[in-house]
Design a protein around this ligand. Sequence first.
Ligand code: HMG
Ligand code: MG
Length: 298
Amino acid sequence: NLSKQVQIKEVGPRDGLQNEKKEIATEDKIEWINRMSESGLSYIEITSFVHPKWIPQLKDAVEVAKSIERKDGVTYAALVPNMKGLERAIEADVDEVSIFMSASESHNKNNINKSISETYPILREVVDEAKKAGKSVRGYVSTVFGCPYEGNVDEHQAIDVCDNLFNMGIDELSIGDTIGVANPVQVERVLSEFEKHFSKDKIALHFHDTRGMALANTVVALQLGYHIFDSALGGLGGCPYAKGASGNVATDDLAHMLQQMGLEQSIDLNKLQEAAQFIESKLDQPLPSKQMGISRRL
Ligand code: HMG
Ligand code: MG
């Protein structure tokens, strides 16, 4: 089952930065993304076109997308909540747009201000128009492994939401452990249910590492034959002082593990670490990844 080349999808400039309180200069975001492009990553989610009142850190989305160097072979994606966001994403000419919603009603409402049933027609229009504009479309479903408001989420409820998104014509779907509560036994149970409905080639795993379980969860998913994983360089994201908030599994830790396992050969780990050191120098606190810890102690 471990034979496939694994793909890492870098989400740090979007998922990481959206949680970062300190305002990062636009030129620093651009340089960071350019450095990551040079490290061998093949997919970078560079920003989001959500309402700047909600996520002020990413209000420079169009400028970032227009100013980065586009390297051949790298897909540059961005998060889009609605038609207004899609218009900005098309203006900025990203390669792929990511739509998003939640498996649980209360997280969906808190995150995007709509019920689940109100969200579908909005996203359907975004998918249709994005396809007409020649963009591939990724979907995210949050709270698949647990919700901050509702606790456990029934996997059939999550599968139903995923089914509706695939029926819109999306190309891939990333299922989120939004608050980092998933454990390996649960991941095995949920993914075994998912494989009855969806191709493993179209499902990505999006593990946040709040409780240090993300790499263990990743190994379980690998053993089940899943091979697309989202991560954020250095483990960027979340606030160490805010209860429950934490970043994605760290790209540098994930890439290191996959290379040791013989499942990843494309990424230059030294260049990746330099890119992590670059963004860390712009932050107020050290990045939490193990690899960054090692590089600081050396
Ligand atoms: P709303 O207020 O319900 O939107 O927000 P609305 O459609 O009622 O519009 C209200 C006003 O906002 C209008 O302006 C719109 O033009 C404007 P007015 O006419 O009043 O002057 N507006 C926009 N402006 C710029 N860009 C836009 C946009 N849309 C409307 N795209 C909305 C609904 C979804 C926009 C809002 O709730 C929002 O932006 N939410 C952002 C939520 C977010 O970014 N969350 C984090 C990302 S999701 C995540 O992290 C999870 C994930 O990582 C997976 C996981 O870990 O589980 C993906
Ligand atoms: Mg996330």
